[in-house]
Design a protein around this ligand. Structure first.
Ligand SMILES: Cc1cc2nc3c(=O)[nH]c(=O)nc-3n(C[C@H](O)[C@H](O)[C@H](O)COP(=O)(O)OP(=O)(O)OC[C@H]3O[C@@H](n4cnc5c(N)ncnc54)[C@H](O)[C@@H]3O)c2cc1C
Length: 576
C-alpha cells in the first residue's frame, strides 16, 4: 500500500500535461500510412511514470525508426478461365474457390481507350506498366490482377461518363481508393478496368459551428484530419493506414479503427453521400442534416458495400471537436480475464473520456520488437501475457488525468493490472501507438500471414486463439491483437511460407468456430475477394439472397467489382 501511495504522489507531481494533442497528432500522422520511414527520435525520454508492482521506477524509452515494408515477392499463379490470377497465397486462393472470368464481360479495345481519352484527357488514362503493376497489386501483395487500364476521373461527371460507357459495353470495373484494403477488394481479379478516385481530393465545405465536413471521396484520411485540426475538429475515425487510405474507401469498407469505441461507426457519422451507380446515374444523397426521416435512408446501402453497388464520389460527415487533453497508458495484464474485467471497469470509471481500448498479446509484442527497428518494450522488466493501450480524450486536463490515475491505481490495487506506464509526452505516446499500429507491418516482415478479422463475444474471443495454438502447435506463430473495446479480434497466423496443409488446419475451422458463436467473419475489413464465398458463416441464406437482389437492381450487368463481397453463385445469378 505504501508503494501505491508513493506511486500516486509521484504521479501527481510528474504527470503534468501528458501531451499536447496537436503535436501528438502530427507525430502520429508522420508515423502512419504505408511509409514508416519518417519517424525521428532525438533523445531518450526518461520521464515515464511506471505503475509497477511493487517498485515504482523511471524508465528510458526508445524511438521509432521504422523501415519500409519489404515483402518477398513470391507471386504464384493460378489459372482462371484463360486469365491468370496472380496470387502470393496460392493456398488461400484455392480456398477462395477461384472463379472463372465471367464470359459476359467485354474486353478493352482501342475504341474504348480513345473514348476514355476523349472524356478524361491523356493524363486520366493510365496504361504504363509500372503504374498498372502497383494498382493491380494489393497492400499485402497477396492478390494481383491483370488489368491493362486505370482511369483517374477528376469529377463525379467524369465518373458518371465512365460508368455509363462501361455499362453499355459490359466492361467490368474495380473502384479503387488508397488500395490499403486487406481482403483483396481493391484490385482486379482479372482484367477489370481500375477506376482510381485519388484525383478527386477537394474539400468542398466545412461548417465550423456544426463540425460538418463535405469533401470528395479521394481525400486521404490523414489530410482531412490535419485540415480539421486547424479548425478545432478531428475525423471520427483513425486507422493505421491513415496516410494512404481515402474517405471514399473508408466509407465503402465501413472502416472501424481506433476511435470507433468513442465515436461509433461510419453508419452514425456519415450524414450524406453522392454515389454514381453502375449505369452512370449520379445519386445525390449528400445531405448535411443530423436528422432526416424522409423515406429509406439509402446511403446506408453504400456504406460498407465495398464498391459493389456504386462509386462513392462525395461524402458529408459529422466530425467531433478536437479536445485538448489526451492521455495514453500502456499496461500489462497476466491473463485474458483481467483484460476483460479491466475493460468493463474502464467503461464504468473512465466513462465519457475513454477513447481507445486496444490489446495485443505477448506473441504480437515479440513480433513487433523483433521485426520493427527502434522499438522497445515500454515495460521491459518482465514479459507479460497481454498488453493494453488505454487512451482518454477529454476537455479538462486536471479532471481527466485524475480520473485515469485513480482508475489505474484502483486496478493495480485489485490485481487487474501488473505493470503500466503513462506516456509523458507526444513522443512516448507515439512510440506506444507505434507498437500497436506496427503489428501488420511486422507480420508482413515475418513471412506468410493468414489474416482473420473477427467479431466475437468478448468472453470467448481469446478461446479461439488458444484453440488455434493447440491445433497448429509449433508449425505457426498465432498472434492476436485488436480493438478489444469493440469485440474485434485480429487473429493472425504467421508462418515462414504459405502452406496448404497449414491452411487446411485453419479453415474452415476459424469460420465455423466464429459462426457457432454468432460472431462475424469480417468485423471491419469487409469480405472483398478473400471472403466473398464465406458470407454464409455470418449471414442467413435469405439475407444473402436479398443482397443479391439489391445488387441486381442497382447493377444488372454486374460490372461493379465482380467476384467480390457476394458468393459467385449469387453474383452469377444477378448479372456478371
Ligand atoms: C496498416 C493498416 C492498418 C489498417 N487498420 C485498419 C483498421 O484499424 N480498421 C479498418 O477498418 N481497416 C483497417 N485497415 C484496412 C483499410 O485501410 C481500410 O479498409 C480502408 O478503409 C480502405 O480504404 P482505401 O481508400 O485504401 O480503400 P481501397 O483499399 O482502395 O478499397 C477498399 C474497398 O473499397 C472500394 N472502394 C474504394 N474507394 C471507393 C469509392 N470511392 N467508391 C466505392 N468503392 C470504393 C474498393 O473497391 C474496395 O472494395 C488497415 C490497413 C492497413 C494496411
Amino acid at each position: 500500500m505504501e508503494n501505491l501511495t508513493a506511486a500516486y504522489s509521484l504521479l501527481k507531481r510528474s504527470s503534468k500535461k501528458l501531451y499536447d494533442h496537436k503535436f501528438f497528432c502530427s507525430i502520429r500522422s508522420s508515423n502512419s500510412g504505408l511509409n514508416y520511414n519518417s519517424i525521428q527520435a532525438s533523445e531518450p525520454f526518461k520521464q515515464a511514470v511506471r505503475f509497477h508492482k511493487p517498485i515504482l521506477s523511471l524508465n528510458n524509452f526508445c524511438f521509432l525508426r521504422g523501415s519500409g515494408i519489404g515483402i518477398p515477392d513470391a507471386l504464384s499463379r493460378v489459372q482462371g478461365g484463360g486469365y491468370q490470377i496472380h496470387c502470393r497465397n496460392v493456398a488461400s486462393m484455392a480456398a477462395s474457390s477461384t472463379p472463372m472470368r465471367y464470359q459476359s464481360f467485354a474486353m478493352i479495345n482501342s475504341d474504348d481507350i480513345s473514348y476514355f481519352k476523349k472524356i478524361l484527357g491523356e493524363r486520366g488514362v493510365v496504361q504504363e506498366e509500372e503504374k498498372l503493376d502497383d494498382a493491380n497489386t494489393d497492400w499485402m501483395r497477396k492478390f494481383k490482377g491483370s488489368s491493362r487500364l486505370m482511369l483517374q476521373p477528376k469529377s463525379s461527371h467524369e465518373v458518371s461518363q465512365i460508368l455509363d460507357y462501361c455499362n453499355s459495353r459490359c466492361l467490368a470495373v474495380v473502384p479503387q481508393g488508397g488500395n490499403t484494403g486487406l481482403v483483396g477488394g481493391s484490385v482486379p481479379v482479372f482484367d477489370e478496368v481500375i477506376i482510381n478516385i485519388s484525383s478527386m481530393n477537394n474539400i468542398l465545405s466545412f461548417d465550423k459551428a456544426s463540425g460538418i465536413l463535405v469533401c470528395e471521396a479521394g481525400c486521404i484520411l490523414e489530410n482531412l484530419n490535419s485540415f480539421l485540426e486547424n479548425e478545432g475538429y478531428v475525423m471520427p475515425l483513425d486507422l493505421g493506414a491513415k496516410g494512404s487510405c481515402q474517405i471514399g474507401g473508408n466509407v465503402s469498407t465501413n472502416a472501424g479503427g481506433l476511435r470507433l469505441i468513442r465515436y461509433g461507426s461510419l453508419h452514425g457519422s456519415v450524414l450524406g453521400l453522392e454515389v454514381v451507380l453502375a449505369n452512370g446515374t449520379v445519386l445525390d444523397m449528400l445531405g448535411t442534416l443530423r436528422k432526416d426521416n424522409t423515406g429509406y435512408d439509402l446511403k446506408h446501402l453504400f456504406i460498407g458495400s465495398e464498391g459493389s453497388l456504386g462509386i462513392v464520389t462525395k461524402v458529408s460527415i459529422h466530425t467531433p471537436p478536437k479536445l485538448s487533453s489526451v492521455n495514453l497508458a500502456f499496461i500489462a495484464c497476466e491473463d485474458y480475464t483481467s483484460c476483460q474485467k479491466l475493460f468493463s471497469k474502464a467503461k464504468r470509471k473512465l466513462g465519457e473520456i475513454l477513447s481507445a481500448f486496444e490489446f495485443l498479446d505477448t506473441n504480437a509484442m515479440n513480433l513487433v520488437l523483433e521485426h520493427l527497428d527502434g522499438l522497445r518494450d515500454p515495460l521491459p522488466s518482465s514479459k507479460h501475457k497481454f498488453y493494453i493501450l488505454i487512451e482518454t480524450t477529454g476537455s479538462m486536463e486536471s479532471h481527466d488525468k485524475e480520473k485515469l490515475e485513480s482508475f489505474l491505481l484502483q486496478c493495480m490495487e485489485s490485481g487487474l493490472l501488473n505493470d503500466g506506464v503513462v506516456a509523458q509526452d507526444v513522443n512516448q505516446a507515439s512510440s506506444f501507438w507505434r507498437i500497436r499500429e506496427g503489428i501488420s507491418e511486422a507480420l508482413m516482415k515475418a513471412g506468410a500471414v493468414y489474416k482473420y478479422d473477427l467479431s466475437l463475444p468478448l468472453e470467448k474471443m481469446y478461446d479461439l486463439v488458444e484453440e488455434m495454438r493447440e491445433r497448429l502447435g509449433t508449425e505457426a506463430n498465432v498472434v492476436a491483437y485488436g480493438h478489444l473495446g469493440d469485440g474485434n479480434l485480429h487473429l493472425n497466423i504467421s508462418t515462414p511460407q504459405y502452406d496448404d496443409n497449414i491452411l487446411s488446419k485453419i479453415e474452415p475451422f476459424v469460420y465455423e468456430w466464429t459462426s457457432k458463436q454468432r460472431g462475424s467473419i469480417s468485423a471491419e475489413h469487409g469480405l472483398g475477394f478473400m471472403k466473398a464465398n464465406k458470407i454464409h458463416y455470418s449471414k442467413s441464406t435469405e439475407t444473402v439472397q436479398l443482397m443479391g437482389a439489391i445488387k441486381k437492381l442497382l447493377d444488372p450487368n454486374g460490372i461493379l467489382n465482380p467476384y467480390k463481397v457476394l458468393p459467385t453463385s449469387v453474383l452469377s445469378q444477378s448479372g456478371g
